[in-house]
Design a protein around this ligand. Structure first.
Ligand SMILES: Cc1ncc(COP(=O)(O)O)c(C=O)c1O
Length: 366
């Protein structure tokens, strides 16, 4: 059995050492010493001015929308995980979908201006699979129309563009540290706001809005994370170089083995390196994808249609909107197995099946 993903688990004794610390401090949650240490280490590792460690990537998005006081319409991508859209609706705003670019699979910056109305207050874009959006174009549009920008950088741990962290773009960036992510703390999320005042506001929001012993500065939520989660984050951070290296080697192998096939791959941002968070391939037709998916299933290989279906058509709480490129890509994209424990030999097996599938499709259509 080859699953599509498998969480990285560090040597158990390394986690146990942190559990011993928790037992002696007696501090289980509420911004304890391990959460503070994790924030400090991640700030240095990611080269950002400051960050907050929170419950998960979804709460991070909701807190971002709340902190920026967004109302009305938020322009967003239909090609993302459901949390990108649901957080907009959860915060009482209206998502307005703009189609994606067929190469990068990120929101098409060239189509954003046409979607702006007098109700638009922000752009919420996802760096899909960790591939940076056209941050310069989005920034210019936001400035011109006085809009806020939030980046859902759930997939983009460790990504840099134009010489700095991807998390430094936009008013706020959020990241997910969920167990299936490249770097994780079981559950967890990050919020990065460059502006010190906004950062402080988010800090209050994370802790019920509490600003002093019997004082409240903001409408807040419980966005804190526990010491047990922080401990996993700290242990895993010691392994991040090895995790990245292994995943990049697997991606290189996939690239080598699949280059002769007709499978399409997302085109990566010219100024950025792939962080090897996912390995998506795009088939020529949905039929070819379904055929491959079935063959993988028969061979006990996990794959995931990620993202499928388009968020502009899938959600029962929104009127469906057709989006030409998203509809087409989401029907044809499949993520292949990629995780630290995956062996190069497994990549050979996965690619062998894909190539066979390709041949069947070619014969069928000739
Ligand atoms: C693009 C995107 N945004 C948001 C989230 C939500 O993150 P979390 O699971 O940490 O709440 C995910 C999780 O998979 C995601 O892929």
């Amino acid at each position: 059995m080859i699953p599509v993903t498998k969480p990285f688990l560090p040597p158990q004794e390394e986690y146990q050492a942190y559990l011993n610390e928790i037992w002696s401090s007696g501090w289980l949650t509420n911004m304890g010493p391990l959460s503070v240490e994790l924030e400090q280490k991640l700030t240095a590792h990611l080269r950002v001015p400051q960050l907050l460690y929170v419950t998960n990537g979804t709460v991070a998005l909701q807190m971002a929308i709340k902190a920026l006081d967004l109302k009305g319409e938020i322009i967003t991508t239909p090609f993302s995980f459901v949390a990108t859209t649901s957080s907009i609706v959860w915060e009482g705003c209206t998502p307005v979908f703009v189609d994606i670019d067929s190469d990068s699979l990120n929101i098409d910056a060239g189509k954003i201006e046409a979607a702006i109305t007098e109700k638009t207050t922000a752009i919420l874009a996802t760096h899909v699979y960790g591939n940076p959006c056209d941050v310069l174009a989005i920034d210019a549009i936001a400035k011109k129309h006085n809009l806020k920008v939030i980046y859902d950088a759930a997939h983009a741990f460790g990504v840099e563009v134009y010489g700095k962290s991807i998390f430094e773009y936009g008013d706020i960036s959020t990241c997910s540290l969920h167990a299936t992510k490249l770097y994780h703390s079981i559950e967890g999320g990050l919020i990065i706001a460059g502006n010190a005042e906004l950062h402080q506001k988010l800090r209050y929001i994370r802790n019920f809005g509490i600003s002093g012993f019997y004082e409240f500065a903001e409408l807040g939520i419980n966005g804190k994370n526990s010491e047990f989660h922080a401990a996993m984050g700290l242990v895993n951070l010691n392994h991040i170089a090895a995790i990245s290296e292994k995943r990049k080697a697997l991606v290189k192998k996939y690239d080598e083995l699949l280059k002769e096939t007709r499978l399409q791959r997302p085109v990566w941002h010219q100024d950025s390196e792939n962080n090897a968070a996912y390995y998506p391939v795009i088939f020529e037709t949905e039929e070819a994808l379904l055929q491959a998916e079935e063959t993988f299933k028969q061979n006990q290989i996990g794959t995931r249609r990620y993202f499928y279906p388009s968020l502009a058509t899938a959600l029962p709480y929104l009127d469906p909107t057709e989006m030409e490129i998203t509809d087409s890509i989401s029907k044809r994209v499949l993520c292949l197995p990629l995780y630290y424990d995956l062996e190069i030999e497994d990549v050979n097996v996965v690619c062998g099946i894909l190539k066979l599938n390709n041949q069947i499709q070619t014969i069928k259509h000739s």
